[in-house]
Design a protein around this ligand. Structure first.
Ligand SMILES: [Zn+2]
Ligand SMILES: [Zn+2]
Length: 179
């Protein structure tokens, strides 16, 4: 599975972004997410294409690049994606960003990540009081290789796809720090 774009098969799904229904036959974006009710399985969160361009720019961009659907307003969607990618915080793991505060610590070395420094966000199990849930964990780029047992190349390509908030020189700096 991966993110999809398809014509809605029924009119029963609501958009996760604006909460209003998605009409039957209308093109919709399916964001692939872990199924909270069936561990290990995946499911889709549906969005209107226009809503996804604003709230899920990186994921929609990936889907637009791979879909075989004819998307009449593709150019317009790509423009919205570019505009919103600069202001929206990435929501799909793994991604990279400038740390907005100095409050996070690296899950690998335990040291503080300074405000403004590039940090890598990954999804991990967090256990609190016997319950475990999925949440964000942060890494210094330089700690990624250690954390992934040397598989930082693969992680970098995923980060690049998810981090439309970073420009190409920021991405280059990140890649260099990750090695
Ligand atoms: Zn919507
Ligand atoms: Zn670290």
């Amino acid at each position: 599975m991966a993110h999809v774009i398809e014509a809605a098969k029924t009119g029963r799904a609501s958009c996760r972004t604006c909460k209003s229904p998605i009409a039957k036959g209308e093109l919709r974006f399916g964001e692939e997410v872990p199924n909270a009710f069936a561990p290990g399985e995946m499911t889709y969160f549906w969005h209107h294409l226009g809503c996804a361009a604003k709230k899920k720019p990186a994921a929609l961009k990936q889907a637009l690049e791979t879909t075989e659907q004819d998307i009449p307003n593709k150019e317009e969607l790509l423009q919205t994606i570019d505009a919103s990618a600069k202001t929206e915080k990435p929501t799909t793991f793994p991604y990279a960003e400038h740390a907005p505060t100095s409050r996070s610590s690296c899950v690998e070395c335990g040291e503080k990540i300074e405000k403004g420094e590039l940090r890598v966000a990954i999804e991990q199990e967090i256990s609190t009081g016997g319950f475990s849930r999925r949440g964000a964990g942060y890494l210094h780029p330089g700690c990624v290789a250690e954390h992934t047992d040397g598989d930082s190349e693969e992680l970098y390509s995923k980060i690049k796809a998810n981090s439309l908030n970073l420009n190409s020189s920021e991405l280059q700096a990140l890649q260099a720090q990750m090695q």
